[in-house]
Design a protein around this ligand. Structure first.
Ligand SMILES: C[S@@+](CC[C@H](N)C(=O)[O-])C[C@H]1O[C@@H](n2cnc3c(N)ncnc32)[C@H](O)[C@@H]1O
Length: 418
């Protein structure tokens, strides 16, 4: 790219950034709310959501345009230490500890060290790493406080569990992905038993019910608002592989007429029972939620299920659901919907000069795709890839709801010709 073209791109980006930032500023200026936000709530308006992802995508593209390539690549190559710093802070519950500190005075690293058991000098370096990317704030030399982002962590213990899910086994599995991809045999494996996870852990997948509740709130809250649940009346939603039933838990509180059945493996259902008894016992007592299987329901819902599996197993899961469905049943799949930088006719395209998938505003989908590759040969799919597996199970993707969250909702129905 010539310097003239780069200069033009930078100007176009600045204009886009300015226009989108004004949308956000106008919204802030017109809003009363000053309280810190909980993870994933409240949702921004559709206009602010769109402006936010344009600003985020633009920030990523700015770095590519202006940063020296060697520096940028070096940073990308070691960004895992940034993740590691966050894992340490989450494990040590630093945000919760700082919730007791005066936000302008902060808390000394020595005191945080006393409460966490981590050496104060090392802890200072960890927290400074995070403060440099605007997670926590060093208010004066060696004194730290929560900022808007770390405050969300202090308020939501499920969010910590979600972050630690990435920090413990996922992290270890990621380490084995490099040798696995260069192994002549394993590189071609599609089995969920021949993965980086297996090489790292030598064991099957663990169950992460609490982390999935936190993850759902952090990255899937848009599916509660941007799908017309109200129109389903008193339908029964079967939360297939529901884990602790995190989605049902959030939907049950918002849509009092919906009924829920949470299906999962027996050991997981035991944990779900404990979560519902603590969080929403009335729903269990009134029979609004059942923790068991059912046929012919209006809606079969799957969040973070199909992405766990290679194509053939997804076809098996979908075929079983197809057999359980009535003629008007639908399947809702809540997963990442991967868009590529060259775009998909089924997804909204970002405005120029952004890449058609909004660049870094949606790159968590790509990172999670690699996570799925590492742990069980699963994958995050494009709309076209989802339609291909749906077709093999006698189903079709009828609509993709582009929700205001990282996770979208795809609606599947029975194919007339199946
Ligand atoms: C990634 S978790 C998703 C949990 C939940 N849908 C959520 O979003 O919080 C995958 C779930 O699939 C469940 N699962 C795995 N194999 C299953 C099977 N054969 N039958 C039912 N559930 C299964 C696991 O126990 C786990 O709870």
């Amino acid at each position: 790219m010539s310097n003239a073209e780069r200069a033009q791109q930078l100007r176009d980006l600045l204009r886009l950034l300015n226009d989108s930032a004004e949308v956000i500023i106008k919204d802030w200026e017109g809003s009363e709310q000053t309280a810190p936000v909980e993870s994933g709530a409240p949702l921004p308006t559709p206009e602010v959501y769109e402006a936010t992802r344009i600003v985020t995508g633009a920030c990523g593209m700015f770095l590519d345009l202006v940063q020296e390539p060697g520096s940028r690549l070096t940073e990308i190559a070691c960004v895992y230490f940034l993740s590691r710093a966050l894992h340490v802070a989450a494990q040590a519950r630093v945000a919760e500890i700082l919730a007791d500190a005066d936000p302008t005075e902060g808390m000394s690293a020595a005191l945080i060290s006393e409460k966490t058991g981590i050496n104060d000098q090392k802890l200072t370096r960890v927290l400074r790493t995070l403060s440099s990317v605007h997670v926590f704030k060093e208010v004066r030399n060696g004194y730290f406080a929560n900022n808007r982002t770390s405050d969300a962590l202090a308020r939501d213990h499920y969010l910590s569990d979600w972050l630690l899910l990435h920090g413990l086994e996922y992290y270890t599995a990621a380490d084995q992905l490099l040798p696995l991809l260069f192994d002549k045999v394993k590189t071609n494996a599609t089995s969920d038993r021949i993965t980086a996870w297996q090489d790292a852990m030598g064991a099957g997948l663990r169950n992460w019910t609490r982390g999935m509740i936190g993850g759902g709130r952090a990255i899937a809250s848009g599916i509660h608002s941007d799908y017309p649940w109200e129109a389903l009346g008193s339908s029964t939603i079967v939360d297939v592989g529901g884990g602790a039933g995190g989605t049902s838990l959030d939907l049950a509180g918002r849509f009092p007429n919906l009924r829920f059945v949470v299906e999962d493996l027996p050991s997981t259902i035991q944990q779900a029972q404990a979560v519902w008894t603590r969080e929403y016992p009335e729903a269990l007592q009134r029979g609004r939620v059942k923790l068991q299987p059912i046929k012919g329901a209006e809606v079969y819902f799957m969040r973070a299920i199909l992405h766990d599996w290679p194509d053939d197993q997804c076809v098996t899961i979908l075929s079983h659901l197809r057999a359980a469905m009535g003629p008007d049943s639908i399947i809702l799949v809540a997963d990442q919907v991967v868009n590529t930088t060259v775009g998909s006719p089924l997804l909204k395209a970002a405005p120029p000069p952004l890449p058609l998938n909004y660049g870094i505003a949606r790159y968590f989908g790509n990172m999670h795709d690699l996570t799925m590759m590492a742990i069980n040969n699963g994958m995050e799919r494009t709309p076209e890839m989802s339609d291909t597996i749906a077709k093999r199970a006698g189903l079709k993707v009828t609509k993709i709801w582009e929700c205001r969250s990282i996770i979208y909702t795809a609606e599947l129905r029975v194919r007339e010709d199946s």
